[in-house]
Design a protein around this ligand. Structure first.
Ligand code: ADP
Ligand code: MG
Length: 292
């Protein structure tokens, strides 16, 4: 599959702070691409560069081999939600979209399409001020899709949403992916990436840790999070078991990796009987890169 976006040694300084440090990766066309990293890793900065909201930066970014620095109307191909979307709160959702249609020269017929896509057709005539946070997020996506862009880029779309809201956003992303669109989302949630995404770029402190296709990839290790009442005791037990290693330990939470050839920790009867263990959860394979 061809790449729709190429990020080529992009750096960005805020004064002395290097928020992006020579980031390079490719985004395949029609992927659901995650930009994954903890807070402060540079995700929003990269998205703001892409959106043209930051103008002074180094390196280059190519949309289908055209440098976005040349501004050959490339922005028409992008839809963004960079911050919380804003609306005319005292107007209906449909009216908000009509206004944006005029501004972006989009056909009015597109309004019903995007409303249906984000599942707001039934609520389109209500004032936006009466919308829930989740509905506003979806209306924001409708706005970003009005001009029918090829790529939709969402900065932490699930922040502040409850599980129902998160599922609704996932449904929209799947629908768009079926339509052939490329979707980039930033997130700090490994589970979200596992569940939703086809590809991931992992960032840490402004650097790229790894970029990879994660469809159907099986790891040589598996990972568990062990919650304990007595971390010191459980740590000593883990260290005495073969094939296990401790990736990280934070207060009462221990992150353990294990070779896939051994009996999964969750099924190890002697280990499970240790009284000071509260729970053992399976973790994402990506956690390995998160803790480098
Ligand atoms: P993320 O979205 O992954 O949480 P950001 O891109 O927001 O990360 O931030 C990356 C780093 O740049 C952080 O250290 C942050 O404090 C810093 N930063 C972000 N925006 C600014 C700004 N406008 N001025 C100065 N520093 C900033
Ligand atoms: Mg951010």
């Amino acid at each position: 599959m061809s790449n729709i976006l190429s990020i080529d040694t992009v750096s960005k300084y805020y004064g002395q702070l290097k928020a992006l440090d020579g980031i390079s990766f490719e985004v395949p066309e029609n992927s659901i691409f995650a930009i994954l990293g903890p807070n402060g890793s540079g995700k929003s900065t990269l998205i703001r560069v892409l959106a043209g909201l930051i103008t002074s930066w180094e390196g280059d970014i190519f949309y289908k081999n055209h440098s976005i620095r040349k501004k050959e109307n490339y922005t028409n191909n992008f839809g963004f939600i960079v911050e919380d979307p804003s609306f005319y709160e005292y107007l209906s959702a449909a009216m908000n979209l009509r206004i944006l249609c005029r501004l972006t020269n989009s056909p009015f017929a597109r309004i019903e399409e995007v409303l249906s896509l984000v599942d707001l057709s039934d609520r389109k005539d209500e004032l936006v001020s009466n919308y829930s946070y989740g509905m506003k997020q979806r209306l924001g996506i409708a706005q970003a899709l009005l001009h029918d862009p090829k790529i939709l880029i969402l900065d932490e779309p699930n922040n502040g949403l409850d599980p129902v809201g998160v599922n609704q956003i996932a449904d929209i992303i799947y629908k768009l992916s079926h339509e052939g669109k490329t979707i980039c989302i930033s997130t700090h949630s490994l589970n979200e990436v596992d569940r939703l995404c086809t590809d991931v770029a992992i960032m840490k402190k402004g650097r790229l840790v790894i970029a990879k296709d994660i469809r159907g990839v099986s790891s040589k290790k598996r990972f568990f999070r062990v919650e304990t009442f007595d971390a010191k005791y459980v740590l000593s037990k883990i260290k005495s078991l073969r094939g296990l290693s401790v990736l990280a330990a934070q207060s009462n939470s221990i992150l353990v990796s294990q070779s896939v050839n051994s009996i999964p920790l969750t099924e190890n009867k002697t280990f499970n009987k240790i009284k000071s263990i509260k729970s053992i959860q399976i973790e994402s394979d990506l956690i390995e890169y998160y803790y480098v």
